[in-house]
Design a protein around this ligand. Structure first.
Ligand SMILES: NC(=O)C1=CN([C@@H]2O[C@H](COP(=O)(O)OP(=O)(O)OC[C@H]3O[C@@H](n4cnc5c(N)ncnc54)[C@H](O)[C@@H]3O)[C@@H](O)[C@H]2O)[C@@H](O)CC1
Ligand SMILES: [K+]
Length: 496
């Protein structure tokens, strides 16, 4: 079981509230800064035992305050140090002023620092309080250090990374490692922030968990703790209908592979029965490749309506290789009015590009029954205003899209976000880079369908599917194909 420290995410704004609540409960805020700085100094000594000199770059706020504690601790440990400050240290306030007063060593201007071999930079310029783009001189310093071979240890966040969004505000340090406090921030997980963070250490500076949880809870890291409690119980004796019946729409005769991948993934992921719904023209192509997956002819609305009379058929995947937008819209309508659950992927999403509201209206009522699986391009087709709004983080884009569609949104990428209409959102981190391969999205759609068919609520079904997809990708290893990915799905059950 992971602790909250591993899975909780707090925005810089949340963290500020935590800070104030901790102070209000009687904790010394300078005490927190002291522990933060000591932890960074210990990390620096442990990671860089061969450093000839530690250069601490201190900013104008509390991140800089942490830096002065680091400088004092490293000097006390007998290492050579240099401190360079952005702005006038005399202008520091509060805890940062206290930390500066305790330091007593000399401080040079930031612009005077020139990287030299043997240096290790401790970046304490900006953390949670970065509120705007960096000035040109700071950008130049950061770029010069990034271009040198000098390693950077970042305090809280690499300076220049926006802790809420993960965006680079003008420039950002490429850190070898980052030490953050209590829990991660979105900027550590969302791209490009994740790439700049390096190895991340989370240090507990002693803020009680109840204070953290009071400010957070809606957003987190996607891990089994978030959905394990609703995983289907494996009794071994379950009738196949108990494990649900998943139906996947095949594309036309020229594009049958994607639907089959979804169907096979659904079966491998534990749906009791999987039926591929195929037009007559694609029947022989599908039949030639399937054994355990059943086949049924669906040529149009009439066939689908007849099929929907079977009340056990509750879950559908529509979109992989589907092609026909007009038909996709009608099928989605029939499925929605039958109170069924739908994973809408790929061409199924694109089908609604001219009238996204039509889709949202279909699923507007009740518990979320729609799961959308867009990559960025598909997302922009349904939610153009959200895609264009660069002030939003990927988490916020997902949350707003989920609320608007009353669906669960899986916003795909190396930093996939899963969001629910009630504001819950998880950021995924276990996907290996080689998971971005042909057919990988089809497998994910089938996986989500299988989890839904087994009765999981939509948000948890989606999040567990994304996680399982990532784990299977790691198991299958570099050079995976959609087929080896499907094979690997079963092997990750036991760790869920
Ligand atoms: N519980 C907590 O929240 C704790 C926070 N601590 C540290 O405090 C940091 C947050 O401190 P602050 O809120 O003071 O924020 P920062 O120190 O990150 O930066 C804020 C300061 O930078 C200025 N600023 C913001 N963007 C700028 C820009 N682009 N160019 C120039 N100046 C800019 C602001 O006006 C403000 O003076 C954390 O990152 C962490 O390192 C630690 O001391 C431990 C406890
Ligand atoms: K920093």
């Amino acid at each position: 079981m992971q602790s909250h420290k591993e899975t909780l995410l707090l925005t810089p704004e949340n963290m500020g509230q935590v800070d104030r609540a901790a102070a209000a409960s009687g904790l010394s805020s300078y005490g927190l800064m002291e522990r933060a700085g000591q932890a960074v100094a210990a990390c620096a000594l442990r990671r860089f035992p061969g450093a000839l000199r530690f250069v601490i770059l201190c900013g104008p706020g509390n991140n800089g305050g942490d830096g002065y504690v680091v400088a004092r601790a490293l000097r006390a440990a007998g290492t050579e140090i240099a401190v360079h400050a952005l702005g006038e240290p005399a202008a520091l306030r509060g805890d940062a002023a206290t930390a500066f007063a305790q330091f007593t060593g000399s401080v040079a201007p930031l612009a005077d620092y020139h990287p030299r071999s043997g240096d290790v930079v401790v970046d304490a310029l900006f953390g949670a309080g970065l509120g705007r783009n960096l000035a040109a001189d700071v950008i130049a310093t950061i770029e010069a250090i990034n271009e040198s071979a000098v390693p950077v240890l970042a305090v809280d966040l690499p300076s220049g990374i926006d802790g809420r969004t993960g965006a680079v505000r003008g420039a950002a340090f490429q850190a070898a490692a980052t030490v953050t406090f209590m829990c991660r921030k979105p900027g550590h997980l969302l791209l490009p922030g994740r790439m700049m963070t390096g190895d991340l250490e989370i240090f507990d500076i002693g803020i009680p968990e109840r204070i953290l949880l009071a400010q957070g809870g809606k957003i987190g890291v996607n891990a089994p703790a978030a959905w394990r409690h609703v995983l289907p119980v494996k009794t071994g004796a379950g009738h196949k209908y108990v494990r649900g019946h998943l139906a996947v729409f095949s594309g036309p005769a020229t594009a049958t592979g994607a639907g089959r991948l979804s169907a096979m993934a659904g079966l491998r992921a534990g749906a009791g029965l999987v039926t591929l719904l195929s037009p007559t023209a694609a029947l022989s192509a599908n039949a030639a490749h399937l054994t355990a997956v059943m086949l049924k002819v669906v040529n149009g609305d009439g066939d689908l309506s007849a099929l929907l009379e079977d009340v056990r058929l509750k879950t559908f995947v529509l979109g992989p290789g589907f092609g026909d937008g007009e038909r996709a819209r009608r099928y989605a309508d029939l499925i929605a009015s039958g109170e069924r659950r739908l994973v809408l992927d790929a061409d199924g999403i694109t089908a609604f590009r001219d009238d996204p509201q039509m889709l949202f209206d279909l699923f507007a009522e009740g518990e979320p029954r729609l799961v959308l699986t867009p990559h960025d391009g598909e997302f922009a087709r349904l939610f153009p205003d959200l895609a264009e709004d660069s002030t939003l983080s990927k988490i916020e884009r997902g949350q707003k899209a989920a609320a608007r569609s009353n669906g669960v949104v899986i916003l795909k990428g190396a930093d996939t976000v899963i969001a629910a209409p009630d504001g819950r959102a998880l950021v995924n981190e276990n996907a290996p880079p080689w998971l971005a391969t042909a057919g990988s999205g089809d497998v994910l759609a089938g996986l989500v369908g299988a989890h839904l068919a087994q009765g999981m609520p939509a948000f948890e079904a989606a999040a567990s599917a994304v996680w399982r997809h990532g784990e299977a990708g790691r198991t299958a290893g570099e050079g995976l194909t959609a087929e080896t990915l499907i094979d690997a799905l079963g092997g990750v059950d036991h760790i869920m």
